[in-house]
Ligand binder design. Structure first.
Ligand code: E4P
Length: 217
């Protein structure tokens, strides 16, 4: 499963990129606002740090203006992936852009039928929001299972990008279902490394090693 980080914070992206485990980045208008940075400038910086897809979202709601915005955004770098909302105009834009060879991430997906539409529109990625789904009394992971089944039934190439990830259990469940990608805030990715028995084990080994009085270097 590929790991994308869901942030526009440059230092957090650099830190995760240095682990060699980061495959891409997702941003959205709220994350850009939170960063306090200029959208074009910060997107260009992110694209230079990470080789994989960097999602940059259009903010227009109509197809012609979405196309104009996408034109500006895709000039930033070759690894820009245009993010469009799951609406009629968003999917028209998706179809047009992927037809021209541009990567598209269809966002704000909350049903398997919406995911089916996005795949038919040629989306590179579909972003079902599991956390927001959970918040509204549904099980976000049921949605991922349904989308996996449908995409496998028809051999759709669209990658399932599990979004709105809130904790490490979401990551585990997404991997068990066979999602292609997950995008999570930096903290959730850092939490994946942690285990109390790893810390305890290191503590024990270090204490015993000190007793030997030896050094490797
Ligand atoms: C995905 O691309 C979105 O940016 C993101 O995962 C939304 O997550 P949230 O529900 O925590 O805002």
């Amino acid at each position: 499963m590929k790991f994308f980080v869901d942030t526009a914070e440059i230092e957090a992206i650099r830190e995760l990129a240095a682990t060699g485990l980061l495959d891409g980045v997702t941003t959205n208008p709220s994350l850009i606002a939170k960063s306090g940075r200029d959208f074009m400038e910060v997107t260009a910086e992110i694209c230079a740090i990470v080789d994989g897809p960097v999602s940059a979202e259009v903010v227009a709601l109509d197809h012609p203006t979405m196309m104009k915005e996408a034109e500006v955004l895709r000039k930033i770098a070759d690894n820009v992936c245009i993010k469009v909302p799951l609406t009629v105009d968003g999917l028209k834009t998706c179809k047009a852009l992927t037809g021209e060879g541009t990567m598209v991430n269809v966002t704000l997906c909350f049903s398997a039928n919406q995911a089916l539409l996005a795949a038919k529109a040629g989306a590179s990625f579909i972003s079902p929001f599991v956390g927001r789904h959970d918040d509204n009394g549904f099980d976000g992971m049921d949605l991922i299972e349904d989308i996996r089944l449908i995409y496998d039934n028809y051999d759709f190439a669209t990658e399932i990008l599990v979004a709105s990830v809130r904790h490490t259990t979401h990551v585990l469940q997404a991997a068990k279902i066979g999602a292609d990608v997950m995008t999570a805030p930096p903290k959730v990715i850092h939490d994946l490394f942690k285990h109390v028995l790893t810390d305890k084990g290191i503590e024990g080994f270090m204490a015993d090693w000190a007793k030997t009085g030896q050094s490797i270097l």
